[in-house]
Design a protein around this ligand. Structure first.
Ligand code: ZN
Length: 295
């Protein structure tokens, strides 16, 4: 072979080349290994960093969730408080109602209500004297509610039969509509739905229901319906002592020319109710009624 003709110089040179190639390969492998190790370390570092970030993110998410839960809890607490205030309010509502008007006292009653910036409810009869006619509108203009209390207020006539009751009710409804433009749905039976002057009240209640009207009785009485003239202090005491027994009070008072002591008592009644934190409201179509006879 060619080996036989190789000079020692050539052999030495070839050995040198071989060594260079082997060392080069060895060097490349070492370099690759070194790069791999560095890369491996870098990757490990990055992974660690990533995990830290993930943990931080998780913690942030967790604290966010906790914050959210806290918020929800706070909202719930607020709602509960609101409900407490709401139910407290419910326990402190008073509806002042005046029956049998309008009368020569109506304007004075309205001006006392105005003084305290409150509204009441007037269950009125049909009075077509020229002094009375403007008073229906005056009640509405003050912001108080109108209710029907029959046209004639004569028990014998209106409670005689279904036809009489319906005719009387339509008569007062029409009068109020003509004078104020309001389609009144509130009704109060003369004598209340517990009146013993007729056995037909359930039938009349059915009639009111058919017409879309609602009837309202009372659970507090000023006692001013009695023919004896009461002292204003007695009316105040009657009202204040009875109101304490109820969550929601509908107070029976009278707007009648002969009931001056009611007017005299009114200022003091409102003052005491306001001082005690009661809310005084007019009855509206959405007011839950107080009724003596269950439907
Ligand atoms: Zn009456």
């Amino acid at each position: 072979m060619k080996n036989d003709i190789m000079t020692p110089e050539r052999r030495a040179r070839i050995n040198l080349y071989k060594k260079i190639i082997v060392y080069s390969i060895f060097g490349i492998i070492i370099s690759l290994l070194a790069v791999s190790i560095v890369l491996f370390i870098k990757v490990k570092q990055l992974e660690k960093l990533n995990q830290v970030e993930l943990v931080t993110e998780k913690e942030e998410k967790k604290s966010f969730v906790e914050e959210e839960e806290k918020n929800v809890q706070e909202t719930t607490t607020n709602k509960e408080q609101e409900q407490k205030i709401e139910s407290k309010k419910e326990k402190n509502i008073v509806y002042l109602t005046f029956d049998d008007g309008p009368s020569s006292n109506t304007l004075e009653i309205l001006s006392i209500l105005d003084k305290y910036n409150i509204k009441a409810t007037f269950f009125v009869n049909g009075r077509i004297g020229e002094d009375y006619l403007p008073l229906y509108k005056a009640i509405v203009d003050q912001g108080s509610s109108l209710g029907m209390h029959s046209y004639s207020h004569q028990f014998n006539a209106i409670y005689k039969s279904m036809e009489d009751f319906a005719a009387d009710t339509e008569r007062i409804h029409e009068l109020l509509f003509n004078l104020t433009g309001q389609d009144i749905h509130l009704y109060r039976f003369p004598g209340g739905s517990s009146t013993t002057t007729t056995d037909n009240i359930p039938e009349f209640i059915e009639y009111l229901k058919r017409k879309g009207y609602e009837y309202y009785d009372w659970n507090v009485s000023g006692g001013d319906a009695s023919s004896n003239k009461l002292k204003p202090e007695t009316i105040v005491n009657n009202v204040i002592s009875e109101i304490k027994e109820n969550d929601v009070s509908m107070v029976l008072l009278h707007d009648s020319g002969s009931k001056d002591s009611t007017v005299e008592a009114l200022d003091e009644i409102i003052k005491q109710l306001k001082d005690a934190g009661y809310e005084i409201l007019p009855i509206t179509d959405s007011t839950t009624p107080v009724q003596h006879i269950k439907k």
